[in-house]
Ligand binder design. Structure first.
Ligand code: UD1
Ligand code: UDP
Length: 376
């Protein structure tokens, strides 16, 4: 890989477009956008509008220092078909108009899938950041998105070695694949000096010792019966330790109907901004989650994490020793063990390679090289 300095800033290699739509996209993109800016690459962000609440979107642009999008497609919410159809129509128009040299997509959300489909049909080259993660569970919408996105992308940026073997098993051309580490961890490292639990604890009135929970996966929150089992388990955890739940809008009503209501030991709050959330996580004795990104962030922050899912596409977080998969039935006992220090307390595994805060520059170097070798 040649350095970014190979391409002088004044040399216009064409427009690089980043398509972002949902909360985790913003966190993964920020280091790549920053590194490409440092390399003098002309770039722009298209916000699809998949996430639109201030606390699901704007606050991330501010916390992460992301530049204003050149367009917001305002697609909003809907069934998978409706949302994806709106994404396809909106993205086709904007990509045809801007004719970028390369479109960069992130993670596994519907905006990622739609951008890749549109570009494949318009013959616009694409790069996928976070390629090759697999839960092998196609009941997850994200898994379907991952498989399609990786099959159609021209550059595949993998965050962990297991992703390389998944891509190889699916026949990806090795020349397209780069192990670059995890840009989500770049964002975490960049925010570290600002991650102080005290201000957000003071604002929320959170006691000194507490746990944090986030829950939003369809498999957990969409079905009333499953939601009830999960809520019962979460309430049991709150009897062990005061629990703060920054609640994603998905499933808010369902979880409330299932009994997730505030009490002396259970604080249910709006989704938190990136710095506030990670500050709270940094000071927590335990995290309960079904998020993908939070499993990785707790790995780096050495915070015990219980993931309420039957599988994870991020097994390095388990082999590292900070994360464990649980069911609603096993969650309370697992929480008690973690809180007593007899589990998840002393991670013994290696940290994943290249989770060193330099993934953005690595990705930018590959892109700059690709741009100079593929002049239009
Ligand atoms: C999406 C991603 C998921 C990711 C999550 C990150 C897909 C298929 N899923 O799930 O992989 O983990 O984002 O947070 O792309 N809503 C609001 N305000 C918003 C956004 C959503 O109220 O700003 C509500 C709406 O009721 C909406 C629901 O949340 O119907 C779901 O939103 P959607 O973007 O479809 O999926 P997520 O569950 O957020
Ligand atoms: N996050 C946040 N505020 C919250 C919950 C999560 O800033 O209230 C951040 C979290 O630190 C991580 C990202 O959002 O960087 C993960 O997003 P989410 O859990 O919604 O999506 P997933 O990773 O499951 O796709």
């Amino acid at each position: 890989m040649d350095g970014a300095s190979n391409v002088p800033a004044s040399h216009d290699t064409g427009l690089v477009l980043h398509v972002l739509g949902a909360r985790p996209n913003f966190v993964k993109a920020a280091p790549v956008v920053r590194a490409l800016a440092d390399a003098g690459v002309r770039q722009g962000i298209i916000h699809t509008g998949q996430h639109y609440d201030t606390l699901m979107s704007d606050v991330f642009f501010a916390d992460l220092g992301l530049p204003e999008p050149v367009a917001n497609l305002g697609v909003g919410s809907g069934s998978h078909a409706r949302q994806t159809a709106a994404l396809l129509t909106g993205l086709e128009e904007v990509v045809e108009k801007l004719r970028p040299r390369l479109v960069v997509v992130y993670g596994d959300v519907n905006s990622t899938l739609a951008a890749i489909l549109v570009c494949a049909k318009l013959h616009i080259p694409t790069a996928h950041v976070e390629a090759g993660l697999r839960s092998f569970d196609r009941t997850m919408p994200e898994e379907v998105n991952r498989v399609v996105v990786d099959a159609l992308s021209d550059l595949l940026f993998a965050t962990s070695p297991d992703a390389l073997s998944h891509l190889a098993a699916e026949g990806a051309d090795p020349a397209k694949v780069y192990l670059v580490g995890n840009p989500m961890i770049d964002s975490l490292f960049a925010a570290l000096p600002r991650l102080d639990p005290a201000p957000i604890q003071a604002r929320l009135g959170t006691p000194a010792k507490y746990a944090v929970a986030t829950l939003h996966r369809p498999g957990n929150v969409d079905d009333p019966e499953t939601a009830r089992e999960l809520v019962d388990a979460v309430l049991e955890v709150s009897r062990l330790i005061p629990l703060v739940v920054p609640l994603h809008p998905r499933g808010r009503g369902r979880l409330a109907a299932a009994g997730l209501v505030p009490s002396a030991d259970l604080d249910i709050v709006d989704p938190l901004g990136y710095v506030d959330f990670l500050s709270l996580v940094r000071g927590a004795a335990l995290v309960v989650t079904d998020s993908g990104g939070v499993q990785e962030e707790t790995t780096m922050l050495d915070v015990p994490c219980l993931t309420v899912r039957p599988n994870t596409e991020r097994p390095v977080t388990i082999t590292h020793g900070t994360n464990r998969l649980v069911t609603p039935a096993t969650l309370p006992a697992a929480a008690a063990k973690a809180l007593s220090g007899s589990d998840l307390g002393s991670p013994s595994g290696e940290l994943p390679p290249l989770w060193d805060g330099k993934s953005g520059p690595r990705i930018a170097r590959v892109i700059v090289n690709w741009l100079s070798n593929n002049e239009s």
